[in-house]
Ligand binder design. Sequence first.
Ligand SMILES: *Cc1c(COP(=O)(O)O)cnc(C)c1O
Length: 409
Amino acid sequence: MQLERMVLLSLRFLHPSGGPKPVIPAISDYYDPATFERIKNYADKLDTPFLIVDTATVDRQYDELAGAFPYASVYYAVKANPAVEILSLLRDKGSNFDIASTYELDKVLALGVSPDRISFGNTIKKSRDIRYFYDRGVRMFATDAESDLRNIAKAAPGSKVYVRILTEGTQTADWPLSRKFGCQSDMALDLLILARDLGLVPFGVSFHVGSQQRDIGTWDAAIAKVKVIFERLRDEDGITLQMINMGGGFPANYATKTNELATYAEEITRYLHEDFGDELPLIILEPGRSLVSNAGVLVSEVVLISRKSRTGLNRWVYVDVGMFQGLIETLNEAIKFPIWTDRKGELEEVVLAGPTCDSADIMYEDHKYPLPLNLSVEDRLYWFSTGAYTTSYSSVEFNGFPPLKAYYI
Ligand SMILES: *Cc1c(COP(=O)(O)O)cnc(C)c1O
């Protein structure tokens, strides 16, 4: 399956004759021209590498999501981009926040967000961190294990808990999140009953179908599992759950195409009504990537271009940003960022690597990006759709390279 996908992808770019010619992505497929011009003008004055995030785009993406799911509450997954500029924008737009650590909590509370707009969504947490959240007023917690649930009952008595279930969909998510977290439905039933017995509020069920999930059908399967849990608890245990947390997984615009968000919304809404009828429970969404990715452009500079032998077929292009300055999602070439240059000319596929002394610091080798043959050292490469999971994933000092700089305009 994985192999098939790779072959198909390569065909799209490498087909020697007849197939589509390799191309540099069109700006207009990713940004409206005025936005890109604003970003580029700002970028022209700065030394690389850095990320520029257009906050107006985040604003628009939030409206688009909220408009597509008018019945849902949005809890922004702070880890995707924890910049104060993004958090305060989303605060002012009425978003809630999905938080994973005491550090994220402090940051969001310091911006004046009230604790009833916060959910502690990490299933892996220390008992004293649960208490820390509780002491600051947070009353909604995720769990997927009995010992964690017992910790919540002790450290956050009377709180609402929701149980995260395992879902299918690792094959079609570009950045899967579904194996490490969640439990089987049977265990979810046990935990929700235990939650009641421990004096907590068995509030609902959550899932995450995997980040950048390209198969909308994975939500159908997950919602069907949730329905069974709702019904069994109601019929057999007299417990009425109130909430479904459908996690993230909504698409950003990368080189590998996805459906439009509107199509996701239409389909998912249909699944919900098929399983839950007209009166839906409280629905929560936890978007990360889909809100901020498309707002960002990461700007890098070519440091070195070489071939590994006199007859080497592929050029190696080394840039001043890599796996350790924000591009870790290229691990296993999972996320394929569109890469743009203003150089024009005949294209040839290259291997793209970062500047550090670690041979893992190669972004794309199997999937070869076409870049102009006249590309030269000091030229800039623009990495599109990089607003999510770049700054927050950047290392602090590997080889002395500082964390990725970011500008919010
Ligand atoms: C990372 C994460 C999200 C965000 O997922 P995206 O695919 O980036 O939208 C949402 N919920 C939880 C619990 C997460 O861990």
